[in-house]
Ligand binder design. Structure first.
Ligand SMILES: [Zn+2]
Length: 107
C-alpha cells in the first residue's frame, strides 16, 4: 500500500465515521485521531525528496593553446552527471578553465 492509498483510505474512514460521530463521543475521538494522521501523512508526502545522488558519468575535454586562428581554442572542461536514486532527478556539474593554462587539479 503506497502513501497515496493510505491517505485515501484514512479519508474514506473519516467519512464513514462522521455520521456515527454525531451520536457517539468515542467515535468522534477516533475520527479526530484518524484525520490527524491523514493530515500529517499528506504533509509528509509533499516534502521534498532527500536526494541521494549517484554518479552517472564524467566527460572531459582537454585544453589546448590557441593555434593562431587555425583551429579554435579549447577549454579544460569536466562535466559530471549524477542522478538521485530515489526520484531520478538529474544534475550536472561543469568546471572549466582556460585552455592555455596548466592542466587543472580537478580535471
Ligand atoms: Zn531525489
Amino acid at each position: 500500500m503506497d502513501r497515496e492509498t493510505m491517505i485515501r483510505e484514512l479519508d474514506t474512514a473519516c467519512g464513514m465515521l462522521l455520521v456515527a460521530s454525531m451520536r457517539d463521543k468515542l467515535v468522534k475521538q477516533a475520527m479526530e485521531k484518524v484525520s490527524a494522521v491523514s493530515f500529517h501523512l499528506g504533509l509528509a508526502a509533499e516534502e521534498e525528496c532527500e536526494h541521494r545522488f549517484i554518479h552517472l558519468d564524467t566527460t572531459r575535454q582537454a585544453g589546448s593553446r590557441p593555434s593562431w586562428g587555425i583551429s579554435p581554442g579549447q577549454q579544460w572542461k569536466k562535466t559530471a552527471r549524477f542522478f538521485c536514486e530515489k526520484c531520478l532527478e538529474e544534475k550536472e556539474i561543469t568546471k572549466t578553465a582556460e585552455g592555455w593554462e596548466e592542466k587543472p587539479d580537478w580535471w
